[in-house]
Design a binder for this molecule. Structure first.
Ligand SMILES: [Zn+2]
Length: 237
């Protein structure tokens, strides 16, 4: 995993201080998790069929949001940091049984899946990203087709939402003070400028007693726990 260490140094551009790198890492992982929860929300609101693990489908949706709503430069930066977040989490997974029975795939597998999908979305320009993340050639071969399948599956849904936008269907109800709150409320504002959901969705950042994020289908509500930000700051390389 030497290439990952090389990638960590890439994340600190000349002149950037460690605090700035940490903020970027935390911000990227909050964004990536938020769009993962948006994937769960879309599956519920749009009554989408899911053939496979819903958690994998939500991870795919997160990469597709990244691909469809950010500039190339920002998308690449977020992909580096959120992949490294999954890699760091994989290093904390000490019980192989717990890793295997969990509803999410193992973090190391989620890391490679994210790297592969993001690389597969634009293989012409993202060789460096795949190399820095240590994506083996044997997996890299299938990434373009894997992204194509994800885009064929989610693409028509995204088209429908983007065609209906802009709108005000995503309602942020958290505080507007605080780092995580500013990031998430900013993403909600951007989404409303780009798309509209067929049903209102509430998004909030609030304490929930654990560093996590959820989609609650009974309330049609995405909750990013306030505990997530300090957890990510500790996780930051
Ligand atoms: Zn999930």
């Amino acid at each position: 995993m030497k290439s990952l260490i090389f990638a960590l140094t890439l994340l600190l551009p000349l002149g950037a201080c460690a605090d700035e790198a940490e903020d970027n890492f935390v911000s990227a992982n909050l964004i990536s998790i938020f769009y993962h929860e948006m994937g769960h929300a879309l599956i519920d609101i749009m009554r989408l069929p899911v053939f496979g693990q819903e958690e994998d489908a939500a991870d795919m949706a997160s990469v597709l949001f990244l691909e469809n709503t950010f500039s190339e430069e920002d998308a690449v930066s977020i992909a580096y940091d959120s992949a490294l977040g999954l890699y760091a989490e994989s290093q904390n997974e000490t019980d192989p049984n717990e890793t295997a029975w969990g509803v999410h795939g193992a973090s190391l597998q989620r890391f490679y899946n994210l790297v592969c999908l993001f690389y597969g979305a634009n293989v012409g320009t993202r060789d460096d990203f795949a190399d820095d993340m240590g994506l083996p050639a044997a997996r890299a071969e299938t990434c373009e087709a894997e992204y194509q399948l994800a885009d064929d599956s989610w693409g028509p849904i995204f088209d429908e939402l983007f065609d209906a936008g802009p709108g005000d269907s995503i309602i942020y109800t958290g505080s507007d003070k605080g780092f995580a709150q500013e990031i998430i409320s900013g993403e909600v504002a951007t989404l409303n400028e780009l798309l509209a959901l067929p049903e209102d969705l509430e998004v909030t950042v609030e304490p929930c007693g654990q560093p996590n994020a959820f989609y609650d289908s009974s309330l049609v509500r995405v909750i990013i726990c306030t505990e997530f930000e300090p957890y990510l700051r500790k996780l930051a390389p």
